[in-house]
Write a protein that binds this ligand. Structure first.
Ligand code: ADP
Ligand code: ZN
Length: 728
């Protein structure tokens, strides 16, 4: 057979299929081949009878770590569906640690006495005064086996090596896996309640047959996690495998502890926070079938598992499930495809489902399952809407309303805890000259800089670049500068001013840069080491802290007026999720929400936790205005260091799409323009924006892909995004 091989080198010219003499290679195999003059690695993505080329080179060797057949078909599909290159998609399926060959498998040497000798014989061949050596022999006396590293530590490597050299010890070297979060402890699973059992049984029934898609809508604290666990454990006991996806941010020690406690080494964790070695080992354990359950953020949907029984997508509404950088894909779509191909059950779970997903369920596209009560039987925490307009009118210009301050005081004096949410990090979201109106901006991006007091720097939240703080306006020299809206740093500082003895933790992008940093913050808060946790949406995700009785939401309407059709949905989700952190155990919780738009329908529905009402209202308005899910938004994003070239390219693409659109139905809107953020990391950004009728979207997209590819180059890359999560 002839093998079609993708060469694993990320240069755009090379995204082609090359023919080789296949030998015994099978589809999906990772192989070593000669390419040009060099030996390199590739993947067999297809087999065929004949090649149009003569004198093919042979495949040199089949290596470990190929792509399993069901995954190979998924890969082909993604290339087509999202217009991606094989070399880019490959990154998702095979960890770079394996492909680079740079990370070695870990080995461990264990040592025991040479059984050809008795202990006494061994001792007699060692010099009397050699106490370290004698101690080693004594340690291993009764047939003990110990890690060499441990012996080295206890008795010194010199003694151990000398004994080995004398032939008194036997060394044995084995491969070992680095298993992360071994120490993570979690509670064992609970007996399911009737409601949980009903839901789990429905899913398990499908799992026994040929799968199916479910939307699990369960209020915060309704015990969705236990349902997922039960489904996964059913899958495993049926001899199948499972994937459990969570948003990156909620991959907390709690979740991992739970999984480890319940499934032990049968779980492999795929997570960007792991060391390279850990990542490789976890992947290999799945690949070899040693672990049957993959837990991880979105990329775990590509876990190398066969015979899949279930895929669970927790917090399915979370925008992190959409990959917005190359390779771009929608995790839920991929999960659905994979589940369908493998006959697995797909479970999407959320307290605030995505409007698309809920609409799909209401139209019968998937089965809707509900958990309407909290496990504790307690009501959801009462939410109070605080009108900040009247607060300001009454002379309070502070960050906190009077009511918020009272409640914070009360919580603190009761020894309970509060979470304070603000959707912005830093100290001031912009710095502006009071005289001439100059605003400090990033030199590489068209966005204003945020002041961070902790390191007295201005930072760009788009590219991360840092700048000296300003003490005078660089334009007019005036020293009177105004600072814009508050962020997490300001809030934390303000709390310390109000309650000098308060212990405050802050969680945002700035405090969570280090490895495991955000687990550490959460664990400390969970252990009661702070009274207040101030944070961005990072604190909104599924944590379960029994002692939290107040959730404060500051400036809730911040993102309501963005020009994104989803902004109302986002605010509703965020408020509901954050509110859900209060009163999860037996203590009653309360939620205070500060807004300048107290009458907005989002808050009206959020206050009553009325997802159904919100869904209806939102759906109506999107149907009328023809926004997704009643249409598809497609954007071609063009970026370049060279502004003229970017303009030229976007014009060309627009012209061709425009010509194509003429005389055909399916286009609701088509326009070329600058992107809302005109420059990021020195690159100028332009876009062609379209809204398409759902029915024609696929056909039109295929044409848009072709047109885009024609004009894309490495200097001016062009990407097509379908229903992008953010339109910056
Ligand atoms: P959700 O993900 O729906 O917000 P969780 O799964 O975090 O809710 O569950 C909320 C709390 O209820 C957790 O502390 C969990 O341990 C507990 N819990 C879940 N199921 C049960 C059960 N069947 N019996 C007792 N406690 C449970
Ligand atoms: Zn920047």
């Amino acid at each position: 057979m002839i093998a079609e091989v993708i060469i694993d080198v990320s240069a755009s010219e090379l995204d082609r299929v090359f023919d080789y003499e296949g030998g015994s290679a099978r589809e999906g195999d990772r192989v070593s081949v000669e390419f040009g003059r060099k030996k390199t690695e590739g993947f067999v993505i297809g087999l065929k009878e004949k090649s149009e080329y003569p004198n093919l080179k042979p495949i040199l060797e089949v290596l470990e770590g190929g792509i399993k057949p069901p995954l190979l078909s998924l890969m082909h599909h993604m290339v087509k569906r999202y217009n991606l290159r094989y070399v880019d998609v490959l990154r998702l399926f095979i960890p770079s640690e394996l492909r680079s060959g740079k990370v070695n498998e870990l080995t461990e040497t264990s040592v025991s006495l040479n059984t050809a000798l008795t202990y006494e014989e061994a001792v007699s061949s060692v010099r009397r005064g050699a106490t370290a050596r004698l101690a080693v022999l004594d340690y291993l006396k009764d047939g003990a086996v110990e890690k060499k590293s441990v012996l080295n530590l206890k008795f010194g490597a010199q003694a151990v090596n000398a004994l080995a050299a004398q032939g008194l010890l036997i060394e044995k070297t084995d491969k070992v896996s680095r298993v992360p979060y071994k120490a993570a402890a979690g509670e064992l699973a609970k007996e399911l309640t009737t409601a949980q059992k009903f839901v789990a049984d429905e899913i398990t029934a499908a799992l026994r047959k040929d799968g199916g898609k479910f939307l699990l809508h369960g209020v915060t604290g309704s015990g969705k996690t236990e349902v997922y666990m039960s489904v996964i454990s059913q899958a495993v006991s049926l001899g199948k495998t499972a994937i459990f996806l969570v948003p990156e941010i909620s991959l907390t020690p709690q979740v991992m502890g739970l999984m480890r406690a319940k499934f032990g080494d049968n779980v492999a964790i795929l997570h960007s926070g792991l060391s390279q070695g850990e990542r490789l080992d976890e992947w290999l354990r799945l690949h070899r079938g040693e672990a049957k359950i993959a837990v991880g953020a979105r990329s775990a949907v590509f876990a190398p598992l066969e015979n899949l029984g279930a895929i669970v997508v927790d917090e399915e509404h979370d925008s992190s499930y959409i990959s917005e950088s190359n390779p771009r894909y929608d995790t839920k779509e991929v999960a659905e495809l994979r589940a369908k191909n493998d006959g697995a059950a797909l479970v999407l779970g959320s307290a605030t489902p995505d409007i698309d997903a809920y609409l799909d369920a209401s139209r019968g596209g998937c089965r809707l399952l509900e958990l309407k009560q909290r496990i504790t039987g307690e009501a959801l925490p009462e939410m109070e809407i605080i009108d900040m307009v009247s607060e300001v009118r009454n002379g309070n210009r502070g960050i906190f309303s009077l009511r918020m301050r009272e409640e914070m005081e009360a919580v603190k004096s009761r020894g309970e805890q509060a979470m304070i949410f603000i959707n912005r990090r830093g100290y001031a979201s912009f710095v502006m000259c009071r005289e001439c109106g100059y605003v400090a901006k990033c030199s590489d991006c068209d966005v204003s800089l945020t002041y961070h007091k902790e390191d007295d720097r201005l930072k760009c939240h788009y590219c991360g670049k840092r700048f000296e703080n300003l003490h005078r306006c660089p334009v007019c020299g005036n020293a009177r500068l105004r600072e814009g809206r508050v962020g997490t740093e300001t809030v934390a500082e303000e709390i310390k001013k109000l309650f000098p003895d308060a212990r405050v933790l802050r969680m945002d992008n700035d405090t969570t840069a280090g490895k495991d940093a955000h687990y550490k913050i959460l664990s400390r808060f969970g252990a009661g080491e702070a009274d207040f946790l101030v944070g961005t949406q990072m604190i909104a995700k599924g944590h379960d802290f029994g002692n939290v009785t107040l959730v404060g939401i500051l400036d809730a309407d911040f993102s309501l007026y963005l020009s994104d059709y989803r902004s109302a949905e986002r605010v509703f989700q965020l408020v509901t999720q954050v509110a859900g952190r209060a009163g999860r155990a037996d203590k009653k919780g309360c939620v205070l929400l500060q807004t300048f738009a107290p009458k907005h329908y989002v808050f009206r529905y959020a206050k009553d936790y009325d997802y159904g009402g919100f869904f209806k209202k939102e759906c109506n308005s999107r149907e009328v205005s023809k926004f997704p899910p009643f249409s598809k938004i497609v954007r071609v994003l063009v970026s370049s260091l060279d502004e003229a070239e970017a303009t030229e390219t976007v014009k060309n693409i627009y012209k061709e799409i425009k010509a194509y659109s003429e005389g055909r139905s399916g286009f609701i809107y088509l326009q070329a323009m600058k992107s809302p953020v005109k420059r990021i990391q020195q690159r100028f950004r332009f876009q062609v924006l379209m809204r398409l009728e759902n029915e024609s979207a696929e056909e039109i997209c295929a044409r848009v892909f072709e047109i885009t590819d024609k004009y894309a180059s490495s200097k001016t890359p062009c990407f097509v995004e379908i229903n992008p999560q953010s339109l910056v």
